[in-house]
Structure formats: structure tokens, C-alpha cells
Design a binder for this molecule. Sequence first.
Ligand SMILES: *[C@@H]1O[C@H](CO)[C@@H](O)[C@H](O)[C@H]1NC(C)=O
Length: 437
Amino acid sequence: MRFVSTFALGALVALAWCRPSARQTAGKPVFAHYMIGGITAEHTHQDVVDAKAMGMDAFAMNINIFADWSTGTVDSLFTAADELGFGLFFSFDMSPGYFNDPSQYASQLQSYLSRPSYYKYNNKALVSTFGGESVPDSSWAALKATVGDVLIVPGFDQATPSANFFDGRPSLDGMLNWNSWPTQQQGIVPVSDADDITYMSAAHSASKIFLMGISPLQYKHMDSVNNWYRRGESNLEVRLPQVLAMQPDMLEIQTWNDAGEAHYVGNIWPEPMSGSPAIIAYTEAYNHTGYKNILAPFIHAWKTGATTTAGMVPTNGLPVQGTFWHHTLLTTSDCSSDPLGKPGGVENVEDVVSGVALVAAGQTDLILVVNSGTTELGKVSLTPGYNAFKVGGLVPGKVTVQVWKGSVMVGGGSGGIEVAASAALCNYNFQVVGFPS
Ligand SMILES: *[C@@H]1O[C@H](CO)[C@@H](O)[C@H](O)[C@H]1NC(C)=O
């Protein structure tokens, strides 16, 4: 950069002095957590195309081992990202059983830092994690001494929020609070931003970065140990306005493709799941790409500085655009032939249809009608902009959402899977329907 006048230089210095430097020039990035599995080059390319089309900046690549299948996927992501102009950074998996010290990945990290698409924030390469709460600060300092001055923003799910969170952690440059869902013990409550506010305030008072998570639900049904539910009810449609009001430094959508935890918003490809029939069983027919109908306008709002959802409108030129989601089993449904049984936390499931309808400016008198089978569950009056809805009383049958203007249907949709009173599998994944599809 070349300064053309001392006045400009003075203005920049003043700006740098009064704000954390990390937030001056780096925009408002949006990432998606991306599970590195053995994924074909064609499919990694499609993932980059689709994430870029949604307005995302980078994938946070969750890697838990260096093996031919994992580095092969990383390499094809870099090829696609270099070609298409997209970002990539590592999120090293430091949960128990995987990496436990940054020295285990320093040299591999270094070998990718020179790639044009390695994501940088304020000219520093970003490095994240899942877990690693007990890594001592000296180990993070050692990583920087080895690979250079990278930005270390780990994702923690086991940490305790506090105002002085960064005391004793000078080598961290920020953090991501991984918990975007209530705990099972919290019961039937909406997603909270209380911990995020605590972490963000701690980060900003230490001139560090707060990376905020957004996630539609968490449902895992793999084996007797991994069988739980964390609420997707009153979550995504509540979280989007929370995030805009809070204005964290960065966002991470959890996740692009974690099929096992059911919080994927992107493509889930068959090849990394071929050895996991349990995951295939609860995800195969549950395509979540319909979330993009609300996530793309949300990302646009976030990037243009919106602090509320009021300006979120259809991007397709139609009167209404949206997404709805629901479980395909009721809380009372019988799935007793499933040896795993219902997931832990199933008591927090609600028999509801939830969603967001975005309505174009000037569109009045639109009514959204939710049906389950032949039963009308409810009607919602829509107004221009962002309309979050949650309609209860779900009963077995095919769920349909229709938006009417008088006697003319102007939008809506339905999913392929009917809500069932009994099933062989205790599947509490969401059916996600974008409208128009
Ligand atoms: C998911 O749905 C989208 C939109 O209908 C479609 O383009 C995509 O191919 C589907 N993915 C799978 C794996 O069926």
C-alpha cells in the first residue's frame, strides 16, 4: 500500500489505533465447517461452486488424520478453490482421539499456507480447530514460531464462557463457540446467544476475534454412544436475527456436510459414507440444500451490514421464497424395533413445522398455510421481509406449505417423506424443503 498524503496516513493510523486491527479491512466473512472425508474431485469442485454461489468465503476443513484419502480431498479442494476463487483453511480436529498438540500438524499446515486460496484475514492465514481446550498457550505460541504469524481461532465446545476468557491465552487470536444448540438439560428453549455475548465481549476487550456459529440442529444416531438430539426447534430462524443484532467478526455455518450430526446445509456425497450404513440410513432421503433459499439472502444481508433481518427479501424475483423443516416422526411415534431407540434429548423435540418465508417489498395480504395430510395445522399472515414461523400440532401425513394471495397460490412446497406414526428407525433428522425448490 502506498500513502498519497500525510492526511490519509494520519487518518489510517487513527483508525488503527482506536479499533482492533483484525477488523479493519477484512470484511464480514462467512465460512462453513467442512468434514474432510474421501470425496471425489468432481464433488469437491461442486461443493466449492455451491458454497460460493451462496455467498460464502471459505470452508473450514475439519481434518482428523493425514492419510491418502484425507489429503487427497484437501488437494482437490485446493485445486477447485484456486480455480474458482474461494477460500480454504484448516479446522484441525482436536477432539479426544485425534490431534492433541499443534506440533502434530505444523508441517502439513505449512505446506498449504502458500496456496493462493488459503484463506487470510487481514493478511494472516486463519487456523481453526474443533476442540483443543486443554492445549497450553505455549503450544500455540510454538505453532506460530514454526509456521509464521497465523491467526489462531479455535472452536471450543467444552470451554466455560467468562469475561476474562483470554487471560492466560495470549497466543489465541479469537475463538468460535461451537455450541449453537441448547444442551439436552436446558429443555424446550430457543437457541440462546448468552454465551456468545460473553465470549464476544471477552474477545473484543482483548482485541481478539469472535467467530459465531450458526446451525440448524444436531442429531446423531450412529451407535449406542452416539445417539442424541440437540434442538433444531426455535433455532435457525431465531439465530439469523441474533447474529445480525450481535455483529460478531466472522460467521461459521455448522456445517456444510456433517451427515453424521445431521446439521449439513450443503451436499452430502455417498463416497465418504460408504462405510457408515447407520449414517446413510438417517440422511439418505433427507436433502438439506433447501436451506440455501434463506441462507443466501441472509449472507447477503450480513455482508451488506444489516443489523436486522428486515431487509431480507426474495432473490428470485418472486413474491415469496423460503425454507421449512420438520421431523418425519412425532414425539409419540413408535420406533421400538430400532435397537438404538430414540435419541437422548428426544424429550426436547416438538411436533412442529418451522421455517422462514421472505416476502418481496409491496406484497400484501399473503397468507401461509401449513397442512399435514388433510389436516390444516395453521395459517400465518406474512408481511414484506423476514417471516419466521413455527406451527404446532403435527400429525401423520405429507406436510405442505402454501402461500396464498386471495385465491392465487404464489408459492410453497412439500417434501417427499410423510410424517409417520411408526417407523423402523428412530430418525429425528429434519426434512428440509426450499420453496420454490
Ligand atoms: C438435493 O436437492 C437439490 C435441489 O432439488 C438437487 O439439486 C440435488 O441434486 C439434491 N441432492 C441429492 C443428493 O439428491
